[in-house]
Design a binder for this molecule. Structure first.
Ligand code: GAF
Length: 415
């Protein structure tokens, strides 16, 4: 944990019980009775495999200890009432809406995420009779750590539970139902909220397990839980939230995604995942110059994910650093989704002794991660803060994160 005293350090996530306890307590005080159900879902960091999910490739996320909990009770009148309570204890109540009136664009702001989930479940044929939802949590928002997916997934699980659908939350081996829920949550984000994201974040939030990174092959849906125990090596993953979000993040993401679709079209493949490393040069030569770096990033990033998993399988966790840094360079130079603050974090962390570092998530701001020796955490944080100071940039926030459990049902009698 940082030695800073200027509030740049966030607490490690309080975990499921904390978020759930708050959601249940707030529900009780807002609605005057117990919620029927409570589900929570975590944020994530992606260890490697960035901008590969919508290219049908490989990703390797783990769940954060930070979670969003949704306490809920069914209503009989078809009304969806949504309240979120922040850490300041102040409730924000969204305008109530009839489930049957939900349409893309009909709800905006934070409530579009849970409303979008209700919409997609209704569209998928579930009989939703309405619900009161109360949301609490500690996933940092706007930090590229998937607070949106945590909210979508916890909402989906709560609404399905209210609709009497049994969700095999304990059974993560087959992953069929969880995978289906991930796709619904993604659809809520794509079609209701209007953000053209892939399925990485929702899958991570639902399917990750403690002490593992999740290898996901998006094309086949294959999932492998890969042990990831940094503490055993006296290492840690330091998460650095730059607290910046650049204005073009949404348009830049969509533009990259459209570029990949166009490159796949020119090459006559379903997705860039189909291009083998050995074919990279020949395939690249068939593309217009501006699409070549996109292809290079996707092909080399998929390779890096596979190489990193091989290292973990061979018990060589302390050798993964250079792959993380190579991923950052590819995102910076080829995919061009990094920014000054993320580059500064990565360069400073490496100069201060990190074994590897990279931006994580969609980019254009948000967070970076660094693989560090645990004993060097305070020094590395200090160096990064000093580098930001020197350039007059807002201090970043830091926390060390280890792989935590995915979404789950909480006991409503907790609090
Ligand atoms: C964002 C998106 F939501 C994910 O689907 C993924 O594309 C990621 O950016 C980049 O890897 O988090």
């Amino acid at each position: 944990m940082s030695t800073n005293t200027d509030s740049t350090t966030v607490e490690a996530g309080g975990g499921a019980i904390d978020a759930a306890r708050r959601a249940v307590t707030e529900f009780r005080s807002l609605h005057g009775h117990e919620p029927q159900v409570c589900w929570s879902a975590p944020g994530r960091v992606n260890l490697i495999g960035e901008h590969t999910d919508y290219n049908d490739g490989f990703v390797l996320p783990f769940a954060l200890p930070h979670r969003t909990a949704v306490a809920a009770t069914a209503r009989e009148d078809g009304m969806l009432r949504m309240t979120t309570v922040g850490s300041d204890g102040r409730p924000q109540v969204a305008d109530p809406v009839q489930v049957e009136d939900l349409r893309p664009g009909s709800v905006t702001g934070w409530a579009a995420y849970p409303a979008g989930v209700a919409w997609v479940l209704r569209e998928s044929g579930f009989a939703l009779t309405g619900a009161d939802l109360v949301v609490c949590g500690d996933v940092p928002t706007g930090a590229g750590l998937s607070s949106s997916a945590a909210l979508e997934c916890a909402t989906a699980l709560a609404l399905l539970d209210l609709a009497g659908v049994s969700v095999a939350a304990g059974d993560r081996t087959g992953g069929l139902r969880l995978t289906e829920i991930a796709r619904w949550a993604q659809r809520a984000e794509n079609d209701f909220v209007g953000a053209p994201t892939g399925v990485l974040d929702q899958t991570a939030s639902l399917c990750c397990t403690a002490a593992h990174v999740l290898f996901l092959d998006v094309r086949s849906g294959e999932q492998v839980q890969v042990p990831f125990d940094t503490a055993a090596r006296e290492l840690a993953i330091l998460v650095i939230d730059t607290k910046t979000r650049h204005a073009h993040s949404e348009s830049g993401y969509g533009e990259r995604r459209r570029g990949c679709i166009e490159a796949a079209r020119v090459l006559g493949v379903d997705s860039l995942r189909e291009v083998a490393t050995a074919e990279l040069d020949a395939s690249s030569a068939r593309l217009p110059a501006e699409l070549q770096p996109l292809l290079r990033h996707v092909v080399t990033e998929n390779d890096r994910v596979e190489s990193l998993v091989r290292l973990l399988d061979g018990d060589r966790l302390d050798e993964i650093g250079p792959l993380l840094t190579a991923s950052h360079h590819s995102l910076r130079d080829d995919y061009r989704v990094s920014c000054t603050e993320l580059d500064l974090v990565v360069d400073t962390a490496l100069a201060a002794g990190a074994l590897g570092a990279r931006m994580t998530g969609g980019g254009f701001g948000g967070s970076a991660i660094a693989l560090i020796r645990s004993a060097e955490q305070a020094e590395i944080e200090k160096s990064i803060t000093a580098a930001f100071d020197e350039r007059g940039l807002t201090h970043p926030r830091f926390f060390a994160a280890s792989p935590s459990p995915g979404a789950g049902r909480e006991d409503v009698s907790l609090s």
